[in-house]
Design a protein around this ligand. Structure first.
Ligand code: PLP
Length: 399
């Protein structure tokens, strides 16, 4: 039977305390025990179903975590106060001083900065590779390699990671494959293709409202128990928890994610076809000439399309700025970082969300100065948006 993440979420039965159709919000930091012995057992991880303290587990956050685990086909999940909290918690749990990580050089700029500038403080070495060049991944493996890290669809170049092949390599060498699926929820289920740990910035498509920052780690029960262990768990000890009020609002948005992803993908595909007709230079994995198109097709769940992210090449950053300002003036969307919103958002990646990547590395990886990354919105009339956009593109002699 085909895997359907939306159906898995729909099948959750999460009643509120008084029969509410939404789970009750538990805004308590601490929990009472009727018997002192149960508290002792809970500290030892031996009391099933008991909540102790909300930095450890909170019922509202657990409902959201259960929803995400259902979507990702993982045994368990844990929600964090940001996507970066999810990334850093997972990596710091997996790696000790002296260990080595192999990562796609193309990742979100904050992830790049953490790997490049922050981890070396703790003697964790990182090799940056072109993740689409499998040979370079294999060649980078060392006896102390603990993690291969990538994004399913990379930010901002929209490369597609070959998860089954990366997983096979990781398994052969006893390495953990960690995959950030922020750009492609519903579309790809990384755990079904061998990812050991799936990371989210829930800030983006999953929540979809740009009203908060949040993240998630989806993995097997062993790993989730290890990060929340009272003695050694990175989540428990560094404390990057998500507030339960926020968890409950994200959970409600999770239930409409499948519909939103279809509309983001439909609108992005419409624009991509128009760009193609006009001969504009752009990147969209939904186009058959995208180098990762077939690979993405082979990993995709049915019906959710190729995602809402498109990148357009403009001449340079000055042109990118003009283009973005005009689009904002004409109400095509907002000149803003982030993605997965109901309005279209656009930013010049090299000068914003990838500005942490030094210019020479940007050049090396093929990130041009003029690249404008689009997160296509949920517009009901995308044709009208294209009419406005075409005028601007012509005015700026881009087509
Ligand atoms: N992963 C990806 C792919 C991202 O694009 C981002 C943010 O832009 C993050 C992680 C970090 O998430 P957050 O901003 O929620 O910390």
């Amino acid at each position: 039977m085909k895997f359907d993440p939306a159906h898995n979420i729909q099948m959750l039965r999460q009643f509120g305390e008084f029969g509410g159709v939404n789970p009750s919000i538990t805004d308590s930091s601490t929990f009472t025990f009727l018997e002192a012995g149960t508290m002792i057992d809970t500290f030892h991880g031996e009391a099933e179903g008991c909540f102790l303290y909300s930095r450890h587990w909170n019922p509202s956050s657990k409902y959201l975590a259960d929803g995400l685990a259902a979507m990702e086909n993982t045994e368990s999940a844990w929600v964090t106060g940001s996507g970066m909290a999810a990334i850093t918690t997972a990596l710091l749990q997996l790696c000790n001083s002296g260990d080595h990580i192999i990562t796609s050089v193309t990742t979100y700029g904050g992830t790049f900065a953490f790997l490049k500038n922050w981890l070396p403080k703790f003697n964790i070495e990182v090799s940056f590779v072109n993740i689409t060049d499998i040979k370079s991944v294999e060649e980078a493996i060392k006896p102390n390699t603990k993690v291969i890290y990538t994004e399913t669809i990379t930010n901002p170049l929209l490369q597609v990671s070959d998860l089954p092949t990366l997983s096979a390599i990781a398994k052969k060498h006893g390495i953990t494959l960690v995959v950030d699926n922020t750009f492609s929820p519903m579309i790809v289920t990384p755990a079904n293709h061998g990812a050991d740990i799936v990371i989210y910035s829930l800030t983006k498509f999953v929540n979809g409202k740009n009203d908060c920052v949040a993240g998630a780690i989806c993995a097997d029960e062993n790993f989730i128990n290890s990060i929340s262990d009272v003695n050694t768990g990175t989540a428990m000890l560094l404390g990057p928890v998500l507030d339960p009020l926020r968890s409950s609002s994200i959970l409600k948005n999770l239930h409409t994610l499948h519909i939103r992803m279809k509309q983001h993908s439909k609108n992005a595909m419409f624009l991509a076809n128009k760009f193609n007709e006009t001969g504009l230079d752009f990147i969209y994995p939904g186009m058959s000439d995208h180098p990762g198109h077939q690979l993405l097709k082979s990993m995709m769940n049915e019906e959710f399309g190729f995602g809402g992210m498109i990148a357009i090449e403009t001449e340079n950053s000055e042109m990118a700025n003009k283009f973005m300002e005009k689009m904002q003036d004409d109400d095509i969307g907002y000149l803003a970082v982030s993605l997965g919103y109901f309005k279209t958002l656009f930013s010049n990646s090299g000068k914003s969300t990838s500005s942490e990547v030094p210019e020479e590395i940007q050049k090396e990886m093929g990130l041009s100065e003029g690249l404008v990354r689009f997160s296509v919105g949920l517009d009901n009339n995308i044709e009208a948006i294209w009419v406005k956009m075409e005028k601007i593109l012509k005015k700026l002699s881009m087509i």
